[in-house]
Design a protein around this ligand. Structure first.
Ligand code: GSH
Length: 161
């Protein structure tokens, strides 16, 4: 059996949820930092993007698809259609918010960019404004609705990223 491997850059972004999901199940994994040019090898990176994930049965890309694969494989995908649908919903909601954090935290770390991010996606009073569905207060409410620290009550799922 080969050790699951995540191929990504030396940056904390789209591979983080994969690391968290594997760690939740104490799965040992390798993390390989790849050079930017390597992702344009479309045999290995079909969309010319990372992260890529490889384990004993699969070699794949698209971070949320990888997350679901890990969820199914290691029992992090809840039970039944309803829990799985809810997990998918939360993962998509988290993704919308995560994408918005890249500019102020990784790309343009200026105070201006960070203030603009917080005004639209963090400041509680702006939750009813146009924010692309990405707002910490909205995500917080979804998690509270599940009555616990975990996104889905009583179940550790791959949405707990
Ligand atoms: N939908 C993809 C997006 C992946 C993505 O945007 N990867 C970026 C790095 S965070 C990338 O590889 N960009 C290079 C490019 O688009 O040419 C996923 O979730 O895996």
């Amino acid at each position: 059996m080969i050790t699951p491997t995540i191929f990504y850059f030396d940056v904390k972004a789209r591979a983080e949820p994969l690391k968290v999901a594997l760690s939740l199940k104490n799965v040992q994994y390798d993390y390989q930092v790849v050079p930017w040019e390597s992702i344009k090898n479309f045999e290995e990176y079909p969309f010319g993007q990372a992260p890529r994930y490889k384990d004993d049965t699969i070699d794949m890309v698209q971070s949320n698809a990888i997350l679901r694969h890990i969820g199914r494989k290691y029992g992090l995908y809840g039970q039944g259609l309803e829990q799985q649908a809810e997990i998918d919903m939360i993962v998509d909601g988290v993704d919308d918010l995560t994408v918005k954090t890249y500019k102020p935290t990784l790309i343009d770390k200026s105070e201006e960019s960070q203030s603009a991010y917080w005004a639209t996606h963090g400041e509680p009073s702006s939750k009813k404004e146009k924010n692309g569905g990405a707002h910490w207060a909205l995500l917080d409410a979804v998690i509270k609705r599940n009555k616990g620290a975990y996104a889905t009550a009583g179940v550790t799922t791959h949405s707990d990223r």
